[in-house]
Design a protein around this ligand. Sequence first.
Ligand SMILES: [Zn+2]
Length: 265
Amino acid sequence: MLPAQDTATPGHFGFGNSPRPMAVPQDCALSPCSGAVTSLSNICRELNVTLVRDWNSGLPEYWGDVGHYTIGFFACDKLSGKIGKLMKANQENVSYPTDTITSRKGIKLRGPDGFVRLADVPDRIWKIPGGKAARGNFENPNHFADMDQQLPDSPNKGKTLLELCDDPVNVDPDVWMNYYTRVKDSEKGLLPFRVWQFFDEMVDAALQQDVKRFVCAAGIVAHYVGDSCQPLHISFLYNGEPMVAGSLENRAGARRRGPEVTFQW
Ligand SMILES: [Zn+2]
């Protein structure tokens, strides 16, 4: 395994001169690589190492408003037929032209009437604390679903929510609530049900021939679908390994306890 100081070597992994933390399971054992290792993610997977980045070091070039507006824009582009015509006519209500998105400046601005384009309304309107339309704690669980903890006991001991949902019968709020209670996850992310809710809204709007409501729901659901493929949005490891007391705090404080880890700085 690379010693921690190697990560600070200029040009090595592009981390500059600052050492970065690395969390390593104590029982970490090298497994033989099955082929050429071509990227840092492959190296980490083979070594069973999780790289812990600094706080507040997101990937704004891919995610946040850039990611959401990119997904919204290209989703409209991919449609065909009547619905393609409708959504392309509204592409700039859902998102921005791609050059504006990649410039990362224009997408921060609202229109003269204060309009926020639909694909980022959940983050920019509903999640903003203190905002006029803020939904506070009602909104937050719509943006993620931590599905990869193993159930600690029977029935289905050792299974994750992801595995349980291989059976569509388990895509059910009661099943999810039971799972969250048993794995002691108090945040209870419900992203797929939010998408379901918007899908039903779109179906109802289409049946009622309510085009504005349909476009509005379609533009906003792009946000939640985008969240579902953001890194770590379906993992209880979203802020790194939930640590033993005093190591690293997670989003909800130090409520949950994970396996012992060793840090190298
Ligand atoms: Zn979101």
